[in-house]
Design a protein around this ligand. Structure first.
Ligand SMILES: *[C@@H]1O[C@H](CO)[C@@H](O)[C@H](O)[C@H]1NC(C)=O
Length: 107
């Protein structure tokens, strides 16, 4: 279940991160390696968008496993600014970090 939630979140982010000019973008780099219990990929396009991520299957407890992932992406938005995000996703959720994102107060 967590696996599906993480991927749904990542897909939503990937869609949200696509600038309007994506239709004209050329692929500059596309690498991926998908194994049985791990993966990584790296994608860069000529519109200034890039993303990379890697993940590894982790046994959380006797019954549950999760794909623990980390990655980053950046894109040029309609305002002309480049936005960069570093993120991790694990059994506790999705954790993005970026200069433009608010930071939660210490618990
Ligand atoms: C992402 O991580 C890299 C390497 O640790 C760091 O140089 C960069 O400033 C980070 N970017 C953001 C948006 O946090």
């Amino acid at each position: 279940m967590k696996f599906a939630i993480v991927f749904a979140a990542l897909f939503a982010l990937a869609v949200a991160a696509s600038p309007a000019s994506y239709k004209d973008a050329q692929v500059l780099r596309s690498e991926s390696d998908v194994g049985v219990d791990s993966f990584h990929y790296n994608l860069e396009t000529s519109d200034g968008t890039s993303q990379q991520a890697q993940g590894q299957l982790k046994q959380v407890d006797a019954e549950n496993s999760a794909v623990v992932q980390s990655g980053s992406y950046k894109y040029i938005a309609d305002d002309g600014q480049t936005y960069s995000i570093n993120w991790t996703a694990d059994e506790f959720g999705f954790h993005p970090e970026g200069a433009h994102l608010p930071v939660a107060p210490e618990a």
